[in-house]
Design a protein around this ligand. Structure first.
Ligand code: PMP
Length: 364
């Protein structure tokens, strides 16, 4: 029997970047009111679920999926209102597309660039694909610091820029004019990540033809399909055709293809849910802003960022009361004492606010 343990072997053989990484932490959530992951709290109506059950029952899961997902892509084009001539590339969630993009542009010294705080997977994927990552701080109100961003782009010449629009975890839309200046100034590819498009008042999809270095990335995770894992990149065929070469042939399974296609055929149902979430976001924003010890930030996403005196204490107090949200306190210096709550059902939101009031009164 070998005397070398698996852990010392792993430590010797794995890349240092991998050893240094902390895995993306997903907390245990069963039994909690789950408001931590920007999920849509609603299922679709029973009738539609029955129709899906019949589709699933008849699905050829003994066969590999359609590698081109032709009919799903048609539906996506239609519901997205993709400009003439633009193409889509499908991913197993948009996380997979971030990784694919990093692999595609990665030459020695290639830089991945974003603003901070933003979606943590940009930096994480840069690290594990071996790219150098540069993050420029946002202003204190989470707006773009345009002069600093433009100066850093000039200095670093990034191969790949990610801008989340709306941004996660702040929830705001950056100035469209500032975004356009960044896209024009960028020497490399700019990916506008519209994960929260369904809750936002603006999009860069109509601008795709205006910039040769622009791609728009979306996911259906926030629109009620987080469990299916489906995201896409939209852009000119010149980009999409090249990136297709890196996509693993069967990255979107038979069932996600069929179910997403059916759901997108009832897009209006999903959009109605998004409208409900937007109305409830406005209500929750109002309620949070009425609590003196809370500073809440305006959001165009399906969550709200807020700051309290002691985020760890509030987070734990809520958890003790059965409500799980996201504690961002140790994530980034600009997020000190910040928490993020996903908009739930009206009943879940009421329970969250009641628990929050209780915790805050107790710690006053
Ligand atoms: N982009 C942003 C800005 C996100 O917040 C998320 C999910 N939290 C994603 C991309 C990834 O979404 P998914 O992999 O579920 O498509």
């Amino acid at each position: 029997m070998s005397t070398i343990s698996a852990s010392s072997l792993a430590a010797a053989l794995l890349r240092q970047e991998v050893l240094d990484l902390h895995a993306y932490h997903v907390p245990e959530s069963s039994g909690y009111i789950k408001l931590d992951a920007m999920e849509n709290p609603y299922l679709v109506p029973l009738e539609l679920r029955d129709a899906i059950a019949r589709i699933v029952a008849a699905a050829a899961i003994n066969r590999y999926p359609d590698p081109n997902a032709t009919s799903l892509k048609e539906k996506i084009r239609a519901v997205t209102g993709l400009p003439q001539g633009m193409e889509v590339l499908l991913g197993n969630g948009s996380d997979e597309l971030i990784q694919l993009l990093a692999m595609a542009v990665h030459k020695p010294d290639a830089v991945m660039f974003s603003v901070e705080p933003s979606f943590v997977m940009y930096k994480m994927i840069a690290t594990f694909t071996g790219m150098r990552y540069v993050g420029v701080p946002l202003n204190a109100d989470f707006s773009l610091d345009l002069p600093a961003t433009l100066a850093a782009i000039k200095r670093e010449r990034p191969a790949l820029i990610f801008l989340a629009y709306p941004n996660n975890p702040s929830g705001n839309l950056f100035s469209a004019d500032a975004m356009a200046q960044i896209i024009r100034a960028a020497p490399g590819l700019v990916v506008v990540d519209e994960a929260y498009y369904a809750f936002a008042s603006d999009s860069f999809i109509p601008c795709l033809a205006s910039y040769p270095n622009l791609l728009v990335m979306r996911t259906f995770s926030k629109l009620g399909m987080a469990g299916l894992r489906l995201g896409f990149l939209a852009g000119s065929p010149a980009w999409i055709g090249q990136l297709e070469k890196l996509r693993l042939p069967y990255n979107v399974g038979v069932l996600p293809q069929l179910v997403a296609e059916k759901l997108l055929g009832h897009h209006e149902v999903l959009l109605q849910q998004a409208e409900q979430i937007k109305r409830d976001r406005a209500k929750l924003y109002q309620q949070l802003s009425e609590i003196a010890a809370v500073k809440v930030y305006a959001s165009e996403a399906n969550f709200l960022l807020f700051r309290v005196a002691d985020a760890n204490r509030v987070f734990n107090g809520l958890k003790q009361r059965g409500v799980l949200i996201k504690n961002l306190n140790s994530g980034h210096p600009m997020l000190k004492d910040c928490l993020r709550v996903t908009i739930g059902t009206p009943d879940e939101n009421v329970k969250f606010i009641a628990a929050l009031r209780e915790v805050i009164i107790q710690s006053a």
